[in-house]
Design a protein around this ligand. Structure first.
Ligand SMILES: Cc1cc2nc3c(=O)[nH]c(=O)nc-3n(C[C@H](O)[C@H](O)[C@H](O)COP(=O)(O)OP(=O)(O)OC[C@H]3O[C@@H](n4cnc5c(N)ncnc54)[C@H](O)[C@@H]3O)c2cc1C
Length: 451
């Protein structure tokens, strides 16, 4: 049921501690995220706008919203800061968008374990700053950490700065537990441990309203930004791989090919045209990096402590690389993939030969199931769906694993298969299927899982 009914609106207005946003321009803005990085998603999602947006300040207000949505079968889509790239927070079937930004408190920090309990709407930049007082920092940050919420990152993100050491959000040990509200006639606040939380981790808010999270943190370190200049592209891969297996602390390791570097903001460009390796390490790692660079006959420059730089290298990595490319030319889009282990160059060289400057290389070092691996977020010049599919097919044939950023569903953007546990959690916690409908493919075939 859509909500263009005044009596229904009145019911939301009666709820205490609930801000209601009805202004058409605001509702439109808060129904969108950064899906416009994909021309395919832009076409599908531009017309999807909620009826209203609500912002609850406490659990009672959340439950009241759920009760109204349940009673009148109104779709309910959750939103953090709306920085997702796949239309995760876009309401496909109108209804209510509930923004969790007022759930922003840090509830507890345990000095023995380093676990922090934080409400889902807390901005990651704010959380990270507050963790400093305990000598801790977040293990993983998307490059949008200044504006994105921790709940949105867990429900819609995957990894980022820190993935070189800590892998991805769904790796065991990163998310320790969570609290979530169910979508029933009588909504409940669930307190889930690490195992029970797994189905809600990266489920696009389709199977529970996360109100708080228990996360592992790392010791706060001073990270230093180092840039290595390479004239030969092939060397960048060898150097990055050696660095990721060296005995030094690393927070970030990325490669930008020269054509990309040319289109980054002016503060980042250097006088010499070269491919660049970007590293964040501790002070103790700098000598080792210099030594490795000497062996490869390349130059490294220490830019300084990342946090103290006016523009740090965190601003040009992960999907911020794509952001800067798109600020020059909106025809750039991108792909995400794990490159084939030990065969990265075969794939890259094949694509460079076949596609030339239509595909430019941006590589990120990650840890995959505990082992160093290279991921890539190449930027592509948009030239239609057929060409995109051909590029993806080329990558797959040469052993890459694609995480397609041009699809709407949890499964499509992930491993491509239905996760039965995510579907089971939805059947249990959202039996009417009201949460973010259309985003969990497994819901349509739930009968197959003997639930
Ligand atoms: C320039 C750019 C760079 C980016 N870099 C990265 C990166 O490095 N790594 C990465 O993983 N992502 C990246 N992203 C994607 C995105 O910024 C992150 O995933 C971010 O953490 C999302 O947080 P958010 O608060 O904006 O969530 P939103 O976009 O608001 O929501 C994301 C999903 O979570 C759901 N959700 C939100 N809150 C809740 C809740 N309380 N309970 C249940 N579900 C909820 C929403 O329904 C939606 O499905 C990038 C995006 C851009 C535009």
């Amino acid at each position: 049921m859509s909500l263009n009914n005044l009596k229904l609106l009145e019911k939301f207005r009666e709820v205490n501690n609930l801000e209601i946003i009805e202004s058409q321009s605001e509702v439109k803005r808060l129904s969108k995220d950064f899906y416009n990085y994909s021309p395919i998603l832009t076409k599908k999602l531009d017309g999807c706008i909620a009826d209203i947006v609500v912002r609850p300040s406490d659990h009672i207000a959340v439950k009241k919203v759920v009760e109204i949505c349940w009673k009148f079968s109104i779709p309910l889509t959750l939103r953090g800061a709306g920085t997702g790239n796949y239309g995760q927070a876009v309401p496909l079937f109108k209804g209510v968008v509930m923004q969790m930004s007022r759930f922003n408190k840090i509830e507890n920090f345990d000095p023995d374990t380093g676990f922090v309990k934080v409400q889902s709407g807390c901005i990651m930049g704010v959380l990270n700053k507050k963790l400093e007082r305990y000598g801790r920092e977040l293990r993983l940050l998307p490059s949008t950490w200044k504006t994105a919420t921790i709940g949105g990152f867990i429900a819609g993100g995957s990894g980022g700065i820190g993935s070189i050491r800590w892998g991805f959000l769904r790796d065991p040990g990163n998310l320790i537990g969570l609290e979530a509200v169910t979508i029933n006639e009588k909504p409940e606040l669930l307190k889930l441990d690490a195992e029970e939380s797994e189905p809600l981790n990266h489920a696009y808010g389709t199977n529970g309203i996360i109100t708080s999270l228990l996360l592992a943190t790392d010791i706060k370190r001073r990270w230093y930004a180092v840039v290595i200049d390479c004239i030969e592209f092939e060397k960048t891969i060898d150097i990055l791989k050696i660095l990721t297996s060296a005995a030094i602390n690393l927070k970030l390791g990325a490669i930008l090919e020269d054509e990309i570097v040319d289109q980054m903001p002016t503060w980042f460009k250097s006088k010499t045209r070269s491919h660049k390796i970007l590293i964040q390490t501790t002070l103790g790692g700098i000598n080792t990096i210099e030594l490795i660079c000497k062996k490869f006959k390349v130059e490294s420059s220490l830019l300084g402590e990342e946090e103290k730089l006016v523009n740090g290298i965190s601003e040009v990595v992960w999907n911020h690389t794509t952001l800067h490319m798109r600020s020059r030319d909106k025809n750039w889009t991108y792909l995400q993939m794990l490159l084939p282990l030990n065969n990265e160059l075969e794939l890259i060289n094949f694509l460079r030969k076949k596609w030339g400057k239509k595909v430019l290389w941006h590589i990120e070092a990650v840890s995959q199931q505990g082992s160093p691996r290279l991921a890539a977020l190449p930027v592509l010049k948009w030239n239609g769906v057929e060409e995109l599919n051909e590029i993806m097919d080329d990558c797959k044939k040469l052993g890459a694993f694609i995480f397609n950023p041009h699809v709407l569903t949890v499964e499509g953007g992930g491993l491509g298969v239905v996760d039965a546990d995510q579907v089971k959690a939805k059947v249990k916690f959202d039996p009417k299927g009201l949460l973010n409908p259309g985003k969990l493919e497994g819901w349509a075939i739930k009968e197959q899982f003997n639930i």
